[in-house]
Design a binder for this molecule. Sequence first.
Ligand code: FAD
Length: 507
Amino acid sequence: KPRLILVLGDQLSADLSALRAADPARDLVVMAEVTGEGASVPHHPQKIALILSAMRHFAQDLRAAGWQVAYSRLDDPGNGQTLAAELLRRAADAGAEALICTHPGEWRVLADLQALPLAVTVLPDDRFLCSPGDFAAWAEGRKELRMEWFYRDMRRKTGLLMEGDKPAGGQWNLDAENRKRAERSLLRPAPLRFAPDAVTEEVLTLVEARFAHFGRLRPFGWPVTRAQAVQALDDFVTHRLPSFGAEQDAMLEGEPWLSHSLLSAALNIGLLRPLELCRAAEDAWRAGRVPLNAAEGFIRQIIGWREFVRGIWALKGPAYLEANALGHGRALPAAYWGGETRMACLRAAVGQTGALAYAHHIQRLMVTGNFALLAGVDPAAVHQWYLSVYIDAFEWVEAPNTLGMSQWADGGVVGSKPYVSSGAYIDRMSDHCRGCGYKVAEKAGEAACPFNLLYWHFLDRHRARFERNPRMAQMYRTWDRMPADHRARVMNGAETVLARLDRGDVV
Ligand code: FAD
């Protein structure tokens, strides 16, 4: 009897474990576009289009390689519109009783698959460099899980940027060279975008008709095939990797990409492999085409952060999604869905998110994330937002980044201290503040930057938890040394901002 081989929309890799376990002469590959998958959160139209178009291209490649593929299009009349319904329909049609799949990156999907009345085999997703078992072994017995230690082990394990058992250049982490402001430059090369082919056009028309979610669908330029993704990688390494390190944390008005790679989506849906990105960066450094701080910074994001958060997701399981260590419960401000705001940094981050389904790391962490954390927004609402609006958002990577790194909802598993800052950080790293409706230099009063007010409000309301954190104690001493009347003005100002958020007034 044939077995069903499931390939999900973020499993578009020719050497996926489920495909490796299958026999093209006997088995049936199942791929399904279903509204049930898109219904949990309102995904950005470009994200839906990317996944559907990449799935359709991948199915063509599989067929060309000799596979039988049962492909359900979103608008097929017989489509049951959930994964389970489609798998059961295909099983009945083909007379199959067994399903082979690769571990999905979302707990709900795993539970749905395991509940099917089929003999279900879930294979590990070995497209990652560190397996859940290896991560658990690394984590075992450690008081704290710190990315930096994990990263060094991954450097040793992969041999990337190593000279013998020493890090190339003598240091593991060159971030100190990477915190530069960016200058405006007319010469900064824009990332490669790809004009939609007929397959993508058809998908765009379908998405346009079906999904009225937050975010613009066109222009659509994301790579949807492996060949395009490889081109995008080459383009990044040649043109933007050289300045990636230095500009990594910078933000400029009207410059959504700076020197970032924009490769996360292609990587997360399986068109690229983590190690090939890292080898490309290492080769460019060894050939003298990019500085070490750029190659190291880029490689650290991939074998460090990306593998680390995947390990946390696998280790902590579905309960992690409910985490709310700080007891935050405020609704997500309307500005996150494009509502009016006087804050220039928030407007820029949300504006480009709507237009492009993309914001880079510092925008996600230090603008939208920082503001939600300072304002005490319900982490579940923040998680839903990030999962919806970004082209690269899949639960295994988005949840630990949002709930852990950004909202400290996991109580310090991902980060030893919360990523919070006042407006001064944003002013130092960007040019947003000069065009803002608030004044970043004002520390209290009507015109003060809301980050300045909410920063102290956050520290004050969570004093019991953070005062003794060695990395935060200094901030409490600074706060306590301020005159009492100034502190009262700051707290009043913060309360006013929070009350405005609660009323739905423009902030
Ligand atoms: P670059 O800046 O060019 O970085 C290179 C690559 O490193 C990325 O493509 C990505 O694969 C990897 N990387 C960098 N930082 C991280 C990180 N913290 N975790 C995992 N991988 C990383 N990344 C996602 O892929 N999906 C998400 O849903 C996601 N949600 C996030 C939510 C929040 C609140 C925060 C703070 C970060 C999130 N990130 C997420 C991490 C990071 O912001 C994105 O990977 C990055 O912005 C993608 O753009 P890029 O490809 O241009 O990255």
